[in-house]
Design a protein around this ligand. Structure first.
Ligand code: ADP
Ligand code: ZN
Length: 430
C-alpha cells in the first residue's frame, strides 16, 4: 500500500479527518469565493453550522453550470499568485470548465494517484507508458506525477501515433499502460496487425480510466494484452484522475476518502440514497485549495460499497460507472445506457469491440440503430450467416434493453477508432 496508515483507517478515525477537513473547506470557500458565500447565505448555512458529517446535507449542490457561469477563474479559492497549474475538462459535454492547482494541490494530487497506482500493483520497478493526451486534459499529467512519485520510469508518449506506441512498448519493455480502455482496444488491434505478439512485450498492468467500459471489455483487454486491467476514476473539476481506483481484487474503486467525501443522490429529487442504492455520485473535495467544490454533482451513475475488501483497505468503494446521466438515452420512453449495449455486443462472436449507437426520430417515433463491426470479412461471403448474426444481436439487445433496435453490420475496420475518450453515441434527435 502506498499510504497504509490512511488507507486502512478505522471508520471513526476517517470520519474525524473528514469532518475536520470539511469544516476547513466550507470556511475557505465562504471566505474566498463570492459564489459560495452567496450560495451558503441563501441556504442559511454558515461555516459554524457544520458540526457533524451529516451537516453536509445542509449544503446546496454545486453543478457544472456553476463553473461555467464563473468561467474561467471565478470559483478559485486561492489567489492567482498561489496557482501553479491550470487544467480544463475535456469538454465532452459543452463549454469546458477550468480548474487551478496550488503547489499543495499538486502534492495532494500526486499522493492520490500514487495510491491508485500502488493499489493496482505498480511499483518503482515499473516502466509506465502514458498514452493519454498531454494538455489541458488532466489525465496524462495526473498519472505522470503519480507514477513519478512512486518512482516508476515514465514514458510520456501522449496519445496517437499508435504504431510508434507499439514499437516503444516493445523496445522499452513497458510494464504499465495508461490510456482510455477504448484506445487500449485500438492499440492491441494495431499490435496484432503489426504481427507483434504479446509475448514480445512485457506489459503487466493496464491503468485505464477517463471513460467507462464494461466487464466484457475488460475481459477482452486482459486476454488480448495478457495483463491485469484495472480501472480508475476522476474528473477535472474534482482534481483529475485520483479520486478512486481499483485494487488488484477489482471489487470496485477505492475512494481516497480523506480528500473526497462521496454521496449518492437520486438525480431527480436530490434526495440522499442509502449505501448500496444506485444514483448520481456527488463529491465534496476536502483537501484541495485552488478550487474546492462542495457537493459537486458528477452526473455519473454508480453506487457505494462499504463491505471490507480482501486487500485490507477500509475506504469506501464505488462501483463501475453505469453511465453519465447525460449519456442516458431515452428511447421511446425506455432508458438506455450505452454500457448496456456494449455488454451485449462484447459477448457475441464474430464481431469486433467497436460499435456505434445512432438515435433518430422518424415522425414522432425514436429509432435506435446499432452499428456493429464484423471481425473479419470472410463472413461477408455468406448471406445466411450474416442474417443469422444480425438476428442474434437483435434478439440479445431486445432482451437486455427491453426495446427493439435496428442492427447494421459494418465491414471490418470501418468504425472510427479513438485515441482518447470514445464517442459512440450519435443522437440525431436534437
Ligand atoms: P469531461 O467532463 O469534459 O469529459 P473530464 O475529462 O474531467 O471532463 O472527464 C470526467 C468524466 O470522465 C467523468 O465525469 C466520467 O463521466 C468520465 N470518467 C472518468 N473515469 C471514468 C471511469 N473509470 N468510468 C467511467 N467514466 C469515467
Ligand atoms: Zn481492495
Amino acid at each position: 500500500m502506498w499510504n497504509k496508515e490512511v488507507e486502512t483507517l478505522p471508520r471513526d478515525k476517517m470520519e474525524e479527518i473528514q469532518l475536520e477537513r470539511l469544516k476547513d473547506t466550507v470556511k475557505r470557500v465562504y471566505e474566498n469565493v463570492p459564489f459560495y458565500r452567496n450560495r451558503l447565505d441563501e441556504a442559511g448555512v454558515s461555516p459554524d453550522n457544520i458540526k457533524s458529517l451529516d451537516d453536509i446535507r445542509r449544503i446546496p449542490f454545486t453543478v457544472k453550470d456553476d463553473l461555467r457561469e464563473n468561467y474561467p477563474f471565478g470559483m478559485f479559492a486561492a489567489p492567482m499568485k498561489d496557482i501553479v497549474r491550470i487544467h480544463a475538462s475535456s469538454g465532452t459535454t459543452g463549454k469546458p470548465t477550468t480548474v487551478g492547482y496550488t503547489k499543495a494541490d499538486l502534492e495532494l494530487w500526486s499522493e492520490c494517484v500514487a495510491r491508485i497506482i500502488a493499489m493496482a500493483g505498480g511499483t518503482c520497478e515499473d516502466i509506465a507508458q502514458i498514452a493519454f493526451g498531454y494538455g489541458l486534459f488532466t489525465g496524462a499529467f495526473g498519472l505522470h506525477y503519480g507514477l513519478e512519485k512512486i518512482g516508476a520510469a515514465v514514458i510520456p508518449m501522449s496519445s496517437g501515433n499508435t504504431e510508434k506506441q507499439i514499437m516503444i512498448m516493445k523496445d522499452y519493455q513497458s510494464t504499465i499502460l495508461v490510456s482510455t480502455p477504448s484506445y487500449a482496444m485500438h492499440m492491441v488491434e494495431v499490435m496484432e496487425e503489426l504481427g507483434v505478439k504479446k509475448s514480445e512485450l512485457n506489459l503487466k498492468i493496464g491503468l485505464f480510466g477517463a471513460e467507462g467500459s464494461t466487464e466484457e471489455m475488460r475481459a477482452q483487454l486482459e486476454k488480448r494484452w495478457g495483463i491485469l486491467a484495472t480501472e480508475n476514476y476522476g474528473m477535472s473539476e474534482l482534481i483529475g484522475p485520483g479520486v478512486s481506483g481499483e485494487c488488484v481484487h477489482k471489487t470496485g474503486m477505492h475512494i481516497n476518502e480523506d480528500y473526497f467525501i462521496p454521496e449518492i443522490i437520486d438525480p431527480d429529487t436530490g434526495e440522499v440514497l442509502k449505501d448500496g442504492e444506485t444514483g448520481e455520485l456527488v463529491i465534496t473535495t476536502i483537501g484541495k485549495q485552488g478550487i474546492p467544490l462542495l457537493r459537486y454533482r458528477t452526473k455519473d451513475i454508480t453506487y457505494l460499497i462499504k463491505e471490507p475488501c480482501p486487500c485490507g483497505r477500509t475506504t469506501t468503494r464505488m462501483a463501475k460507472i453505469q453511465g453519465r446521466s447525460d449519456d442516458m438515452l431515452i428511447i421511446r420512453g425506455v432508458n438506455v445506457f450505452p454500457s448496456q449495449v456494449e455488454s451485449v455486443l462484447l459477448g457475441i462472436e464474430h464481431i469486433s469491440p467497436h460499435y456505434q449507437l445512432i438515435v433518430e426520430r422518424e415522425g414522432f417515433i425514436d429509432k435506435l440503430k446499432v452499428v456493429v463491426e464484423l471481425e473479419d470479412s470472410s463472413l461477408l461471403e455468406s448471406f445466411a450467416q450474416l442474417e443469422k448474426l444480425e438476428e442474434t444481436i437483435k434478439h440479445k439487445l431486445h432482451t437486455v434493453l427491453g426495446l427493439s433496435a435496428k442492427v447494421e453490420l459494418a465491414e471490418p475496420r470501418t468504425i472510427e477508432r479513438f485515441t482518447g475518450k470514445a464517442k459512440r453515441v450519435i443522437d440525431l434527435r436534437k
